[in-house]
Ligand binder design. Sequence first.
Ligand code: NDP
Length: 245
Amino acid sequence: MANKSVVITGGSRGIGRACALIFAQHGYDVLVGYNRNKTAAEETLAAASGYGVKCAAFCADISKKDEARRLISKALYEFGKVDVLVNNAGIARAALMTDVTEQDFSDMFFTNVGGVFFTSQAVIPEMIGAGGGKIINISSMWGQVGASCETLYSATKAAVIGLTKAMSKELAPSNITVNCVAPGVIDTEMNTCYDKDTMEELRVRTPLERIGSPSDVAGAVYFLASNAADFITGEVVSVNGGFVI
Ligand code: NDP
């Protein structure tokens, strides 16, 4: 029997890489999407291939509809189907709201929301044809409660939650579940903009008293993709060490 297959946007590093590894470990064929960082994508690929599954990496800027479509086409070419889509790619930029430019607004909305929308649009007909599928979107706890100096980022991540809920209702009759994971502070390159003191403050504010790891998030994503989550849709799973309760 053919392996199940997963497409992970932003699979080159951070949370996306951890997702690629957990799916490969469980026998999934994996397509690693990335934007610029080919070397990192190849490192993910090498690590995932170590589990003896089919893996490929593909460069596609998911903020552009055509490129998102090409990412899904590549997966169909490589694996013949897409059982799971993990919409993980995202960007963050800390700034006072008054300093946010129109370009920032467009870049962040098209990447964080457009990317989820366009990649899902491309995969939905395939999943419907296959009789079902699972889509997992990565939001953020800041999309749940908002963050000062991250108004734009918070707005995009709140939009991902709204999109997840609407998609789950529209796609449930096609046996496609759509869920969302909202991570807290996770140790990835995304947070290298914060200095040591800020990271320590965030750690102390986290009831479990540690910064999360990419594999903390990947575990929840894998659960939502598994048969154990077949009756879960439209849900937001918080992986934040208790930061937001
Ligand atoms: P990283 O910055 O470590 O990685 C971001 C990934 O997204 C990279 O693989 C990058 O590709 C890819 N990417 C960025 N823009 C695009 C684009 N336009 N098209 C395709 N791929 C793109 O981020 P994290 O692993 O930390 O974050 C992953 C997700 O989790 C994001 O959606 C983020 O908002 C969310 N999140 C992260 C938290 C954290 O504390 N780290 C907390 C809450 C949510 P490339 O390597 O080629 O640049």
